[in-house]
Design a protein around this ligand. Structure first.
Ligand code: DCS
Length: 488
């Protein structure tokens, strides 16, 4: 006889409850249905994941040349190597191979290759104007692993609360469930372009504390996912003041820092704002900042390169984080080299500079145009309103669903936004993520799409969305005709 009612340890009923509780909508019900439809031969436009290369974005040439040479170092001994690879790519490959004893097939230090961490520190110093210490920079398999490692370090039990923006990228809610902590949501204000409302945030913290939750950390995503807003310097200052007063560690998810589509609010890192504020705050506020090679104009999601930088963490804590990173032996080494290349790209005067800058500029300019096309497209649709995508890779329109649609969804046993997104998928092949996967205010509905489909496909995608939305609203909106709701 087995214990536990005859069940085996890995039977579903016996699993870790934290694992079962995890929800991750980016690859949830909509994604599964889209995959099924694709198997049946329907053309699906996967706008559910910010995965640029999967939607046709071409890799940048220079970094791939360097990594190709690092992966196949025998090419460096070939007398014809200079006919295929430019001299600066060859030099850079030798540079990385000299820093990685054993090459790409060997584990590196668990914190990452020291020389790459130094390149990251130099990048941060150029960006922020303040020196950065490579010893406080750890390389990771994408930003996700770093975020998970920090949350794991912070959360001690279910009474530890993490302030997370809502809507949020569900890595945060999922990881907090997995590590058995409590998510404390703070709402972004859609009417104020997804800005922060500190009166509200203070109330949220007070109310969580009155329920016995120890609020210990605050997450910001800047530029925002799924909301696409860029925080102003004033906003970030207020945020840091708040963390100082409330004794919170700030987890600054800055993976979209290169994805900016307006000029009024350029990206400014939380770390720069903190150091600009001077002591005591610059010496007191604990901050961990995250970055990745998956986003920007690189979009190298499959390479799994990321880093986090720790500011104002005591050495003993940094050592503990090192110890835990050591359990996984080593972040993947090709991903580390992509990170080195991202933070130290070709410079003016280098052989590959012109090509590299032309390629990266073309991607960013096209993303900027696509951000406008999507927002304008959504705003031209009945019962749809959408803030402009100032940064990141997503559009997050609000869909004002008529009561009849909400009732029909209930009868079908679906959340109303899931119902809408499923119908959109069946009618057009556009695979989105319902707003409920990111969190939204009660009774308000959204969907998220990426702005990543090829620019030439965008007009057809938006017109197919509009056609679907019109027919959906015709079916469910009693008022018929034009918009029956006032716009914000
Ligand atoms: N942080 C944010 C805000 C993200 O949007 C993502 C990925 C990550 C971290 C993790 O990325 P990497 O682990 O690849 O560095 N965004 C997912 C999304 O919403 N769509 O695609 C992936």
């Amino acid at each position: 006889m087995f214990g536990g009612g005859g069940r085996k340890p890995l039977d579903y009923e016996e699993l870790n409850e934290n694992v079962k509780k995890v929800q991750y909508a980016v690859r949830g019900e909509l994604y599964l249905r889209a995959s099924e439809l694709q198997k049946e031969g329907k053309k699906i436009i996967f706008t559910n994941v910010g995965n640029p290369h999967a939607l046709g974005q071409k890799p940048l040439t220079f970094p791939r040349q360097v990594v190709a040479l690092c992966q196949a170092p025998f090419l460096l001994d070939d007398p014809n190597v200079g006919l295929i690879f430019p001299a600066d790519a060859i030099a850079r490959a030798k540079h990385y191979l000299s820093m990685a004893p054993g090459g790409l097939g060997a584990y590196s230090d668990s914190r990452g290759i020291p020389g790459v961490r130094k390149e990251v520190a130099e990048f941060i110093e150029r960006r922020d104007g303040y020196p950065s210490d490579p010893e406080l920079i750890y390389l990771t398999d994408g930003a996700s692993k770093g975020v998970m490692q920090m949350l794991n370090t912070i959360i001690r039990n279910e009474r530890d609360g993490i302030l997370v923006p809502v809507p949020q990228y569900p890595l945060y809610s999922a990881a907090i469930s997995l590590f058995g902590g409590s998510l404390v949501p703070y709402y972004l204000e859609e009417e104020a372009n997804w800005g922060l409302d500190f009166v509200n945030i203070r109330q949220t913290v007070a109310s969580a504390r009155s329920k016995g939750i120890t609020v210990r950390a605050m997450v910001i995503i800047n530029p925002g996912n799924p909301t696409g807003q860029c925080l102003s310097e004033g906003n970030i200052k207020e945020l840091l003041n708040f963390c100082f007063q409330e004794n919170l560690v700030l987890l600054a998810d800055e993976v979209y820092q290169q994805n900016i589509y307006q000029d009024e609010r350029p990206f400014i890192s939380a770390r720069k704002v903190l150091f600009d504020m001077g002591p005591p705050m610059s010496r007191e506020v604990q901050l961990v900042s995250f970055h990745t090679v998956s986003k920007g104009y690189w979009g190298e999601c499959g390479q799994r390169g990321g880093y986090f930088e720790m500011t104002n963490l005591p050495p003993k804590t940094v050592d503990e984080i090192y110890k835990v990173a050591s359990i996984a032996l080593s972040p993947n080494v090709p991903g580390q080299i992509f990170m080195g290349l991202m933070v130290n790209p070709p410079k003016p005067g280098d052989i590959s500079y012109l090509k590299f800058s032309a390629e990266s500029k073309a991607i960013l300019e096209s993303l900027r145009r696509r951000a406008h096309m999507m927002t304008d497209g959504f705003n031209s649709c009945r019962n749809v309103v959408c803030n402009f995508t100032e940064g990141a890779m997503y559009s997050f329109p609000q869909i004002r669903l008529p009561q009849k649609a909400i009732d029909a969804a209930k009868r079908a046993g679906k959340a109303a936004d899931v119902f809408y997104c499923l119908k959109l998928l069946e009618a057009t092949g556009i695979s989105t993520v319902p707003g409920s996967g990111f969190g939204q205010k009660e009774g308000v509905f959204h969907l998220r799409t990426t702005i990543l489909p090829a620019e030439e496909d965008m007009p057809a995608i938006m017109s197919s969305f509009k056609k679907f939305n019109d027919s959906f609203m015709n079916q469910y909106d009693d008022y018929g005709g034009g918009s029956s709701y006032s716009r914000m």
